[in-house]
Design a binder for this molecule. Structure first.
Ligand SMILES: Nc1ncnc2c1ncn2[C@@H]1O[C@H](COP(=O)(O)OP(=O)(O)OP(=O)(O)O)[C@@H](O)[C@H]1O
Ligand SMILES: [Mg+2]
Length: 228
């Protein structure tokens, strides 16, 4: 594998059992993504975008094929190593933010670092710095229910960054935001890509990411239909 490829998939397939039938999520996908790319993943509902992101994130396992992400063989990896990979190598951002409602903004941002074994005093200064960069310094002790949608998504971005992952995966990150907040989130993801040299993959129906993308991949029925 050339050194600059952070993701390489070969014949990557994820099929789901549904009673006696089989539903194809991702179908024999070949894909190489280089370090520092910002890829926009498009395709109709059900085309396999979320399935592909879940596989890349190590949240789900392939049915067949090969998948190497950040030098980890995600087909042959042990559960223990996979948990470590998910926490260290990947930052994820979701449409529904997925914040824990009983934790403050600061605590939500710290959570992946706490799960990785750091103490709150060890990680809080870094979290505060990230939250400051995301213009949330005045919201540290707020609960998610006390935030706007844009603030919730920025909190989720801080959480995605806390363990300093090389790869950021975003699944429809602007789906619950108005256009102004949506634009702000896409601009942030682009800054992570350009200024912080993170590899960013965004699955989205919206065109907000288009100006920032280094590559667009269109999925259809679980297959790559075309790339530009
Ligand atoms: N857990 C599951 N069990 C069974 N089938 C599933 C499961 N998850 C996804 N699928 C199926 O896999 C296919 C791809 O779904 P996926 O969620 O990846 O699409 P998507 O492109 O993200 O769609 P959307 O734009 O609506 O988010 C669909 O046919 C879907 O029904
Ligand atoms: Mg989806």
């Amino acid at each position: 594998m050339p050194e600059n490829h952070v993701i390489r998939a070969r014949e990557l397939t994820r099929a789901y059992r549904h009673g006696s039938a089989q539903v194809i999520g991702i179908d024999r996908v070949d894909l190489e993504i280089g370090a520092g790319e910002m890829v926009v993943l498009k395709g109709n509902s059900g085309s396999g975008k979320s399935t592909l992101l879940s596989l890349l994130a190590g949240l789900d396992r392939p049915s067949s094929g090969d998948l190497v992400v950040a030098a980890h063989d995600l087909v042959r990896i042990s559960e223990k190593r996979l948990t470590h990979f998910r926490r260290k190598a990947i930052g994820m951002v979701f449409q529904s933010f997925n914040l824990l409602p009983t934790l403050t903004v600061l605590e939500n941002a710290c959570l992946p670092a706490l799960l990785a074994g750091l103490s709150f005093p060890e990680i809080a200064p870094r979290a505060e710095e990230l939250l400051g960069w995301l213009h949330l310094d005045h919201r540290l002790t707020h609960l998610p229910a006390q935030l706007s949608g844009g603030e919730m998504q920025r909190t989720a971005i801080a959480r995605a960054l806390i363990n300093d992952p090389a790869i950021i995966l975003a699944d429809e990150p602007t789906g619950n935001l108005d256009s102004r907040n949506g634009e702000a989130v896409m601009a942030l993801l682009s800054e992570l890509n350009r200024a912080w040299q993170r590899t960013v993959i965004v699955a989205t129906h919206s065109s907000l990411a288009d100006p920032y993308a280094t590559r667009q991949i269109n999925l259809r029925d679980g297959r790559i239909a075309d790339q530009t």
